[in-house]
Design a protein around this ligand. Structure first.
Ligand SMILES: [Zn+2]
Length: 240
């Protein structure tokens, strides 16, 4: 199919921790999954430091958080979740990580990648900075014949991602109307019970509030009279 007419129907979400997709972009993912896009999650760590309880061992927590992530992914309509199991809190944009992500992009051939904006000022969490940077560097590497050429065996070829959507951004230029999907997004987020607790009404209210503010901004920026009651915002790249 010609590149310009090919539909962008394979989506990969690359996050640092289980729950990053649900906090960052899951309303859009729900909407796209319902529209027939195929969604894959890639989680770089399994969130094994995400507890302040000294009695919980990192291995136990990682297994629990992977289960929570699988449950959330299933509710959203994600086809598969891949866990790379780098250590939580210590993620770095190394050549090893970039090579692995590049190989995953070349194998799965996503048209769209969603990840964290690594250039957001004052982003404290090192994993969030590293994850976004590694994902974008892997997008660059994946399309080059000369980078990690040892991966190009059999039917594996360079792969050109068509669009990237960065969430948790201060430079949004794209808004997705998620009014249809806000309830599913919130109930998927609740699957991460080890992080958000059970029946977290205040969190649900906060998620609604933020999506409502993004929706108001979308209406203003796009000069729309209606729609966008709830929205998610992104910095979008189109690599054409
Ligand atoms: Zn995170």
């Amino acid at each position: 199919m010609d590149e310009t007419t090919e539909s962008l129907d394979r989506v990969m979400v690359i996050g640092a921790h289980p729950d990053d997709p649900e906090f960052g972009c899951a309303g859009t993912v729900v909407k796209w999954a319902r529209a027939g896009k195929s969604i894959t999650y890639v989680l770089l760590t399994s969130g094994d430091k995400g507890s302040r309880d000294p009695n919980v061992r990192p291995g136990q927590l990682a297994a629990m958080r992977e289960d929570e992530q699988r449950a959330a992914a299933e509710e959203i309509g994600v086809e598969q979740a891949i866990f790379l199991r780098y250590p939580d809190g210590l993620l770095e944009n190394t050549l090893d990580l970039r090579r692995r992500l590049c190989g995953i992009l070349r194998q799965h051939r996503p048209h769209i990648v969603m990840t964290i904006d690594p250039w957001r000022p004052y982003q404290l969490h090192p994993d969030h900075r590293a994850a976004g940077q590694a994902a974008l560097d892997a997008i660059y590497a994946a399309r080059e014949w000369t980078i990690f050429p040892e991966q190009l065996v059999g039917d594996v070829e360079p792969w050109r991602v068509k669009e990237a959507y960065l969430f948790w951004t201060d430079n949004a230029d794209y808004w997705e109307d998620i009014t249809c999907c806000i309830d599913t997004r919130i109930s998927a987020l609740a699957r991460h019970a080890s992080q958000v607790g059970e029946n977290n009404e205040r969190l649900a209210e906060r998620m609604r509030q933020r999506a409502s503010e993004a929706g108001a901004l979308a209406r203003e920026k796009l000069e729309q009279e209606e729609g966008y009651e709830y929205a998610e915002e992104f910095k979008r790249f189109q690599f054409r």
